[in-house]
Design a protein around this ligand. Sequence first.
Ligand code: SF4
Ligand code: SF4
Length: 305
Amino acid sequence: MDSVNYKEEGIVFDIQRFSIHDGPGIRTIVFLKGCPLSCLWCCNPESQKTSPVVMFQASRCISCGKCANVCKQSAISSTLPGLVDRDLCIGCGECASVCQTGALTLKGERMTVEQLILELKKDTSNFRRSGGGITLSGGEPLGQWKFATELLKACKSQGWHTAMETTGLGSDDAIENVFPHVDLVLLDIKAMDPEIHKKATGVSNELIQKNARRITEITNAVIRVPTIPEINATEAEFIKISDFAKSLNHVETIHLLPYHTYGENKYELLGVDYPMGEIKPLDEEHAAALQAVVQSQGLNCVIGG
Ligand code: SF4
Ligand code: SF4
């Protein structure tokens, strides 16, 4: 059994229980902060920065002014309480801690592996009964690979199934250290066309494809495709993704994840514009047609994952 450094620290922005979509059985999802991509459709925009961020819900604000009084950065104006100047804010969380209405909340908390394992132990009976376990997500967990490695080792030492949702974008050290401790990888492939990928995510897909080959040599994987109208929801793109999936080891299934707008209100809470504009959610007919394309290439395809 690998020894675990329980003192290793990372930044976690959420823990969600009772998930049935991110690996087998009932799962607890641990979301790590920070992501090198900036996908236009990201439904967790609060995860993108590595440091903690505050979110502001204007409808809860009673204009008491306590937040402005405690902010040492003067990032909150006394005439417009609650509204955060993102250029000045350092994510210290003082404002959220004095906000009694919950209008301001801090996303991102430093935790040790030990603290997280104590939290996750509350779900042990769920894992045992359902064959579930923990799923690391983000953000991109590879950005905090040392923490992810120790956390995954600690989970394995508890006998829990481990899964990880990843973009595949990380260093060689991250890939070689993390994936031996992951039972199932949920590997996002957003587009094979380099231009589409760069435009939609802000980064090249070259290293992602190289890493996908290495990851699938190490462990089992499902390919997940966030399927976005006007971006990658085309027959041509799905044929290319299917060909790539077939060239990998240990991959038999593609999850087609239809675009939805559930994350839209988070952009408002962060004080930024929603980058998807008027693009509509993927309709059922369109999803079924793309599912048939994948199946015609000899792979399983599950809508929704
Ligand atoms: S502390 Fe909370 S309720 Fe009071 S002004 Fe600030 S955001 Fe509004
Ligand atoms: S998180 Fe800290 S720096 Fe940012 S607005 Fe709140 S008190 Fe000010």
